[in-house]
Design a protein around this ligand. Structure first.
Ligand code: FAD
Length: 261
């Protein structure tokens, strides 16, 4: 790419669900191309199944679309929303609307699916390999089967008009549901019948999106609407917050200090 630069297409396929991670890749790609002094020779495209920039599979955040549009224009990135891919050839991506995007390099995020071990248990999971659970994260039919994190089936809580996409199952809700499952198993062992419950959509949204030399903080009291509090704040000076969070998270878990926030 550096020796012989050409167009780059970054994005998420129809049915993908963790668009935030693909946005991170996009802005880091822009940063890397600038660092290697070839950015002016590369046409950078972003394609997404979202109906608008910054939907993120959670029906957006206040000011999110405006902020992402500003970033795209500032960094000279062309974008296509509501994009559905028809086929991927060796040198071009063909969209269902007939549009063709030539590429020298591409990264497209596929839909999340359950692990093979889950898909090999068809009585427990849906077609994608996810487990339908109650708010206690017990299987809807089998009380002695639990699921947490990515393994949980989470339905999109709003109407999708055109291109399909899913709900993000990120680190924080995975952590929260994992802890609920652990506490509930302990309760059942102790003979208690009242279990902890928290619907996926009511877990707070806490996220830092890396964006090259910058980052965006996302906070909301609920992942899904209705929310009483939701804010998206850019830090355009550095990406120190994400690095700090990563170091803290790994430090905490390596020492078994999972009770820390
Ligand atoms: C590219 C990318 C970027 C992301 N970035 C972010 C981010 O910036 N912030 C964020 O919050 N989230 C992010 N996420 C989402 C985050 O990674 C997930 O939410 C999280 O990893 C889910 O945790 P989990 O434990 O449920 O599943 P996983 O992390 O997938 O863990 C499941 C584990 O089970 C193991 N396993 C599978 N089969 C078996 C078997 N048969 N026996 C034993 N073990 C098995 C797997 O090896 C795996 O280690 C990102 C995801 C992707 C793909």
């Amino acid at each position: 790419m550096v020796k012989d630069p050409g167009p780059v297409v970054i994005g998420a396929t129809q049915g993908a669900s963790c668009m935030g991670a693909a946005y991170e890749y996009l802005f880091n790609m822009d940063k890397e191309l600038r660092k290697r002094k070839v950015r002016d020779k590369v046409k950078l495209y972003w394609i997404t199944p979202e109906p608008y920039l910054g939907n993120f599979g959670i029906d957006g955040m206040p000011g999110g679309e405006k902020m992402l549009k500003m970033f795209m224009k500032m960094y000279n990135i062309e974008w296509i929303t509501d994009a559905s891919i028809e086929k991927i050839e060796t040198d071009r991506i063909v969209l269902k609307n007939g549009e063709e995007l030539p590429y020298k390099m591409s990264m497209l995020m596929p839909p999340f699916e359950g692990a093979d071990v889950m898909k090999a248990s068809p009585k427990l999971v849906d077609q994608k390999g996810f487990v339908e659970t109650k708010p206690s994260y017990q299987h809807v039919k089998y009380d002695n089967v639990f699921a947490a994190g990515l393994a949980v089936q989470v339905k999109v809580p709003f109407k999708i008009k055109n291109t399909p996409f899913g709900v993000p199952k990120t680190g924080y809700p995975s952590d929260v549901t994992g802890k609920i499952v652990a506490k509930n198993i302990a309760r059942l062992i102790k003979g208690k019948s009242e279990l902890y419950e928290k619907e996926w959509g009511k877990i707070p949204a806490l996220c830092i999106m890396d964006a090259g030399h910058k980052e965006v903080y996302l906070f909301a009291n609920h992942l899904f609407k209705p929310r009483q509090f939701a804010i998206m704040m850019p830090n355009i000076f550095n990406d120190f917050g994400k690095i700090l969070l990563e170091k803290y998270f790994i430090w905490k878990n390596k020492r078994g200090l999972a009770w820390l926030p």
